[in-house]
Design a protein around this ligand. Sequence first.
Ligand code: ADP
Length: 399
Amino acid sequence: MKILVLNCGSSSLKYQLIDMENESVLAKGLCERIGIEGSKLTHKVAGKDDFELETPMPDHSKAVSLVFDALTDASHGVVKSVDEIGAVGHRVLHGGTKFTESIVVNDEVKKVIRECFDLGPLHNPANLMGIEACEKVVPGKKNVAVFDTTFGMAIPEKAYYYAIPTEYYEKYGIRRYGFHGTSHTYVSNETIKFGNLDPKNAKVIVCHLGNGASISASIGGKGVDTSMGLTPLEGLIMGTRSGDIDPAVVQFICNHENKSVDEVLNILNKKSGILGMSGVSSDFRDVEKAAEEGNHMAKVGLEAYRYRIAKYIGAYVAAMNGVDAIAFTAGVGENDKKTRKLIVDEYLGYLGAKIDDERNDVRGEERLISTDDSKVKIFLIPTNEELAIARDTLRLVEA
Ligand code: ADP
């Protein structure tokens, strides 16, 4: 079966068509500037020139219909008709407390996704627009919602409750949900498979270090803890997000700068992290370059970034009473050998973890990067959220 995976943002739509016979990507692409002037589709098929189309896309329905046109086009398409596409898997940010699993979309599912708009205000409305666009453009085709919060729904009460009055959980579902859940599930399972670890009992820590970054602990692939919280703001220092911070900082800045809570939250989400500390960029390559050239706060920002990761690793080793493997993934985790090496060399000696420089000299492929005598196995495991969504979609439509 061929599965289309859609990841809808408020003004963008990313897609991949995956042939589940061999899990190969037949085509992938991006619609940008949906609902804004200058909309553009970029469609990529291996071995062919990219197909680009600049045409108005007033809404997600138009974008979805252009994606189906591109996929079935005589020259740059990869299927003869939409009938060859078995189902559509949608990335949905927030499933609230109701969804602990991916699910085939029906009216009730859509209602709950809508109820979660205030938990995922930037993403859930767009995710639902993508689903409704598919229902309109290819009626009758099954849509599956795969939630970013599923991994975090498995963590125990002691890890997901915040120590605030319980009424806020009961009234509004305020708890730790965690995000990048599809990635944490995929990478922890892939680590167990690739590393030949005990599928039931392996204790794995996954460091998903992209522009957004989060870290998780799992035993046998089942979530134990995860660093993002009610929103993706909590936890690690990220490209533009502060991660953990004393909430009183918000009040302090509000009072001294005459800003609203929303404005300060915007600063913590978009102007903080490695960008805010260094004042240089949210891209780690730029910040590393600035640090090498002597920019003091770029250097401190990167040190703080690694330090925060190491503190979480330490906490999660304690949470699981041990660790068998640590996996690095996403933009920085997959490409930045220096950061991987420094985290292990500077902080993980007490675990008996040792990086192998030759093995660590790698980008974007599954590999053991620790030495043979390292007491903890360290891996690079590229994440593949689209494939994870497609696998879940296939499982549910075949059930
Ligand atoms: P997103 O969270 O947007 O999905 P990615 O997982 O694609 O992010 O990661 C993007 C980030 O990865 C960029 O901001 C960049 O800082 C970082 N990155 C990519 N390549 C490298 C590299 N060679 N060295 C350091 N950082 C890198």
